[in-house]
Ligand binder design. Sequence first.
Ligand code: NAD
Length: 356
Amino acid sequence: LSWEKHVKHSCHTKRDGGLVVLVTGAAGFVGTHVSLALKKRGDGVLGLDNFNNYYDPSLKRSRQGLLERHGILVIEGDINDTLLLKKLFDLISFTHVMHLAAQAGVRYALENPGSYIHSNIAGLVAVFEACKSANPQPSIVWASSSSVYGLNTKVPFTEDDRTDQPASLYAATKKAGEEIAHTYNHIYGLSITGLRFFTVYGPWGRPDMAYYSFTKSILQGKPITIYQGANEVDLARDFTFIDDIVKGCLAALDTAEKSTGSGGKKHRPASLRVYNLGNTSPVSVPTLVDILEELLKVKAVRHVVKMPRNGDVPFTHANVTLAKTELGYNPTTDLQSGLKKFVKWYRNYHNEHEKM
Ligand code: NAD
């Protein structure tokens, strides 16, 4: 295969004790930023992504180009391809797997439920199986989601709050993932850390998310649709800037204990952790639009729908005390400053792209 000779180069570490990380979903929004940050500090990184068309694949290709310019190889393949995974684990002794590949989005599940089962359930199991069989066994850090809190109304959310009321198939598959993680930790001694991300935004972000699609519509003078929750209450999200999330991901990789391979059977089982990575200050959707109007210097045409939408939860709000204590996680970017960086990137990227 043509990529084999490039794999070792991509996985080369430039610092003592450097990590060697397989990043799944590397051409995705979070995957791109995490891969770059790891490479920047001298860790070895290999990316894997299937470049699916859930949103514009050309954006994923642009991110891949950026990664390649930084010496990071992204292999095109599916996490369910067990032969490919075996081949990669045979070639490279990964110390860690940063598992970010998933089917995201809550509405898409109404039409495409199978995609969530394929990537978030079967795919997660395929990744855990590959880690279980690898020698040495890597430690795993993977993306769960704030959506596991579902319809829970006790805020802010702490890690031991109830997660038995998912409001979407997406949330249900992330919750299932947490339970599957428990099994693989228990039986096979894999060290697994789940990170519950709260609405991540920033440069190179996802076009399917509200802050991105609102920016696009506002600049094009098109109306934006703002959905409310039950009783005409505005939805609110704990928007978290990508740089803060990246710091949390790197800290989780650094503090992850080694997989022990011994499961629950021996004296010291491997660790199983779950952390909230949020911003701790929810902002309502209309306020998000206010900030975008100010940054874009264009008034939005708002169309308010006074009805809850399938899959939406009314609000999210993270308590991050656990991540603060154990990972040193400390989000520092407010929505205004984070969106300013997003808007700057958006203008550059779309100016370049629309010229082509
Ligand atoms: P993203 O869609 O940009 O990235 C996911 C990447 O995984 C995509 O590039 C996609 O092509 C790839 N992928 C999907 N299925 C695959 C498969 N079967 N095999 C190989 N590659 C596959 O999403 P993101 O925002 O970067 O999210 C990263 C992770 O964080 C996901 O697990 C997501 O569920 C989770 N998460 C994200 C947010 C957020 O606000 N962005 C919030 C909570 C959780």
